[in-house]
Design a protein around this ligand. Structure first.
Ligand SMILES: [Cu+2]
Length: 170
């Protein structure tokens, strides 16, 4: 009985502590369908589409369009402004192109089909570090202090479990 009880306590502690430590790091990567239902198309205001959205490393963009009708070039800021295709590099052309955002910073995409970019088929986003995700900011924002308090919370929760189990089993 005692052995069973202590095994229960140990496994409960492990579960609670693991959840307490992992939960804050499980920021979910989002998949953004560019243009939502409209997809990747001419005559669309992608500046408005990006308004209010925050892109983080690990998120991804999906460009949906009828294959052959459009394409996706990743370009630099100058090419974006001028709607010019890059001199090197091939566009994405599958009609359902997923791009994972792997680095921080400004990213620019245009359609390379003649005239399309000028009608608005161009997307500029800013990708932020995942750790800059909007979350309750601790008073002292050092990682050590934050994880310390998380571990303490996990430990406190585990002690409650131990206490309850103790009352039930003994
Ligand atoms: Cu196009």
């Amino acid at each position: 009985m005692a052995t069973f009880a202590s095994k229960m306590v140990v496994s409960m502690f492990a579960v609670v502590a693991t959840l307490a430590v992992l939960a804050p790091t499980m920021a979910s990567a989002k998949q953004y369908v560019v243009g939502d239902d409209k997809g990747w198309t001419k005559d669309f205001d992608y500046t408005t589409w990006t308004a209010g959205k925050q892109f983080f490393v690990g998120d991804s963009l999906v460009f949906n369009y009828p294959a052959g009708k459009h394409n996706v070039f990743k370009v630099n800021g100058t090419d974006f402004m001028q709607c010019s295709k890059p001199l090197v590099g091939a566009p994405l052309t599958t009609g359902s192109d997923e791009i994972e955002l792997k680095t921080t910073g400004r990213k620019w995409y245009i359609c390379g089909v003649s005239g399309h970019c000028a009608t608005g088929q161009k997307l500029a986003i800013t990708v932020s570090d995942g750790s800059a995700a909007p979350a309750p900011t601790p008073v002292s924002p050092t990682t050590g202090a934050a994880s310390g308090s998380i571990v303490s919370a996990g430990f406190a929760a585990a002690m409650v479990v131990v206490g309850v189990l103790g009352m039930v089993l003994f």
